[in-house]
Ligand binder design. Structure first.
Ligand code: NDP
Length: 444
């Protein structure tokens, strides 16, 4: 049996109750097979793949907090410090009822390669809790965040581990988490990114993941002789990534016509109106039915269905495994020629294969959504320098990073004879840098 197959089998046996983690590992190991097999004995002797698929450290803790009725609630908190070969652990915190160890491990594993692709010195980590911020008051969210940080602060620091936002963690939550960290430690340091502008945040961090996704999409289309201007785009999600992907799609001359949340989706024939979306989601934290009320030409559909809309480009920006085989078939049948992932692992393995087999340009999340973490790393640099760069400066650096990533993944795929396979290109380019650092640092 080849070394890659041996390790996939071991990972499956050891983590049988964590299907998302297994999915992420399988995708990466399958596509770096060519690299491993070129020096298989050495990688096996070093147990290299066993080491890279095992987190350096997993922290799990109790998060007790008191709700507005005086009832004590208990959630489970996690931080997975996956790989620090190229820099301090970096990766978001997710607050969603679906969170369990397997989700955090899949996200932490992906983060290793994504962070490597940015070209910046950041290792991979991820954290979160099964707390559901939906329907909670601001005070409840604050009490939860304070309790969460009261445990987490022991394990993080500006040079050790720097968390950020993810699903369910935006400016409000980062503010509460930062306040508690500072209160306990007395340190005013860049231990979290995604901070507010008045206390060390970076301009353009809020927009970075969505904008970065569009910068990469634009560049990838150029490489493939296509232009984004004039194209119809379907977007899923209605959160941070989706909102700013929609905004930048407009700015590049495309027309985004859909968005979605966990209960339904919107088709707006006039194109999604960013101000209305922000009012409904960022300000009022309401359902998308409110968007339809404000924009009478738009149509609200209950449940799933964004990817059945006719489009040229699809940008899944909500959550993992939202784009399944039947969605991929509908996209191809409707003439979609590019899928670029704003979310982490939103496309199932079967759907990815179907899209690639049918000639769709496919950019995986670890490359396409790396703009968020890249700009977080720029926030860390500004915090260290005690300086703030302008929006234009940060945005220009973000764009350059995304353009570099696009060419790196294209070149890596070509180097290994897999031209146009950007999943392989991203995994190989991300892996090479981490692998070199791990080899240099010995068995640790
Ligand atoms: P938000 O919490 O701001 O938005 C998430 C959106 O996805 C919401 O519209 C939410 O709907 C929807 N959603 C969440 N879970 C589900 C589900 N199980 N089924 C259907 N819809 C769902 O998160 P972000 O925009 O920050 O994150 C979106 C994706 O992008 C995630 O995969 C995240 O890991 C990834 N990402 C985020 C980065 C960032 O900088 N924020 C960086 C890189 C990747 P509802 O409003 O109903 O909850």
């Amino acid at each position: 049996m080849s070394y890659v197959d041996e390790v996939i089998a071991k990972v499956k046996a050891k983590n049988a109750a964590e299907p998302e983690f297994i999915q992420a590992v399988e995708e990466v190991l399958e596509t770096i097979r060519v690299v491993i097999e070129a020096d298989e004995d050495n990688y096996r002797k070093q147990a290299f793949l066993e080491r890279i698929t095992e987190p350096e450290r997993i922290i799990q803790f109790r998060v007790p907090w008191v709700d507005d009725n005086g009832q004590v609630q208990v959630n489970r908190g996690y931080r997975v410090q996956f790989n620090s070969a190229i820099g301090p652990y970096k990766g978001g915190l997710r607050l969603h009822p679906s969170v369990y160890l397997g989700i955090i491990k899949f996200l932490g594993f992906e983060q290793i390669f994504k962070n490597s692709l940015t070209g910046l010195p950041i290792g991979g980590g991820k954290g979160g809790s099964d707390f559901d911020p939906k329907g909670k008051s601001d005070n409840e969210v604050m009490r939860f965040c304070q309790s969460f940080m009261t445990e987490l602060y022991k394990y993080i620091g500006k040079d050790e581990d720097v968390p950020a936002g993810d699903i369910g963690v935006g400016a409000r939550e980062i503010g509460y988490l930062y306040g508690q960290y500072k209160r306990i430690t007395g340190l005013y340091e860049g231990v979290l990114t995604g901070k507010g502008l008045s206390y060390g945040g970076s301009l353009a961090r809020t927009q970075a993941t969505g904008y970065g996704l569009l910068y990469l999409t634009e560049e990838l289309l150029k490489i493939n002789g296509k232009d984004i201007a004039g194209k119809t785009v379907v977007v899923s999600g209605a959160g941070n990534v989706a909102t700013y992907a929609i905004e930048k799609a407009w700015q590049l001359g495309a027309k985004p016509v859909t968005c979605s949340d966990s209960t339904g989706w919107i088709y707006d024939p006039d194109g999604i109106d960013v101000a209305t979306l922000q009012d409904v989601k960022e300000v009022r934290r309401a359902r998308l039915t409110e968007y339809a009320k404000a924009r009478p030409n738009s149509v609200y559909h209950e449940g799933k269905g964004v990817f059945t809309t006719k489009c040229d480009i699809a940008l899944p920006c909500a959550t993992q495994n939202e784009l399944q085989l039947e969605d991929a078939k509908a996209l191809v049948a409707n003439g979609c020629f590019a899928v670029c992932e704003g979310a982490n692992m939103p496309t199932t393995l079967e759907a990815t294969k179907y899209l690639q087999d049918n000639g769709v340009i496919f950019a995986p999340g670890k490359a396409a959504n790396a703009g968020g973490v890249a700009t977080s790393a720029l926030e860390m640099s500004q915090n260290s320098e005690r300086l703030s760069w302008t929006f234009e400066e940060v945005d220009a650096k973000l764009k350059q990073i995304m353009v570099n990533i696009t060419h790196n993944i294209d070149d890596a795929a070509k180097r290994y004879g897999m031209e146009g396979n950007y999943v392989a290109g991203a995994n190989i380019a991300g892996f090479e840098k981490v692998a070199n650092a791990m080899k240099a640092q010995g068995i640790v």
